[in-house]
Design a protein around this ligand. Structure first.
Ligand code: E4P
Length: 218
């Protein structure tokens, strides 16, 4: 399973990359705004900075909602680096844009997926990734993990190459259950990745080993 970090914060991306387990980065306009990155020039420079840190898979989202605008933006974004994956919203023109971009060999991540039907459309259009937002579904009392299960089953049935990228992942149980289901990728905040390190028995076990070593070496 690939691990992506869901942030535009460069320090967090560096920290996750340094851990040695990071496969990519997802951003969205809200995450860019949270870092105070505004204006096209700065946004492009920020994507470049992210691409300089990681090895591949940097999702950069278009702002346009019409076909021509999305294609124009996508062509600008892919000029930044071959690590860029163009993030396109699940709307009618978005599906057309994904079809066009995939026919040109440009990788896409279809975002704002909330149903199996949307995931099926995105896969048929040739999306490289689909991003079902599981936390936001849970927020409205809908089982986000059930959607991941459905999409994984549908893609397996037909051998779609589109990868399931579980997004809006809020905690370690989301991540672990996505792994059990067979989601290809999860994207989550740094704190969810680092929380995987924690177990009280690891802490107490290590403390005992170190104390015993110290006693034996007195
Ligand atoms: C996906 O790529 C989105 O950036 C993201 O996971 C949204 O998560 P949120 O619901 O925590 O905003």
């Amino acid at each position: 399973m690939k691990f992506f970090i869901d942030t535009a914060n460069l320090d967090e991306i560096r920290e996750a990359y340094a851990l040695g387990v990071l496969d990519g980065v997802t951003t969205n306009p809200s995450l860019m705004a949270k870092e105070g990155i505004t204006g096209q020039k700065n946004i492009i420079a920020h994507y470049k900075a992210i691409c300089d840190i990681v090895d591949d898979n940097v999702s950069a989202e278009v702002i346009s909602t019409d076909y021509d605008g999305m294609i124009k933006e996508a062509m600008e974004l892919v000029k930044i680096s071959d690590k860029i994956v163009v993030k396109i919203p699940m709307i009618k023109d978005g599906v057309k844009a994904i079809k066009h971009l995939s026919s040109k060999g440009i990788r896409t991540n279809c975002t704002l997926i909330f149903s199996a039907g949307q995931a099926l459309l995105a896969a048929k259009a040739g999306a490289s990734y689909v991003s079902p937002f599981i936390g936001r579904l849970d927020d409205i009392s809908f089982d986000g993990l059930q959607l991941i299960e459905q999409i994984v089953e549908i893609y397996d049935n037909y051998g779609f190459e589109t990868e399931v990228l579980a997004a809006s992942v809020r905690h370690t149980m989301h991540l672990i259950q996505c792994a059990e289901i067979g989601s290809d990728v999860v994207t989550c905040p740094l704190k969810v990745i680092t929380a995987l390190l924690n177990h009280p028995l690891t802490d107490s076990g290590l403390a005992t080993f170190l104390a015993d070593h110290a006693k034996g070496n007195k």
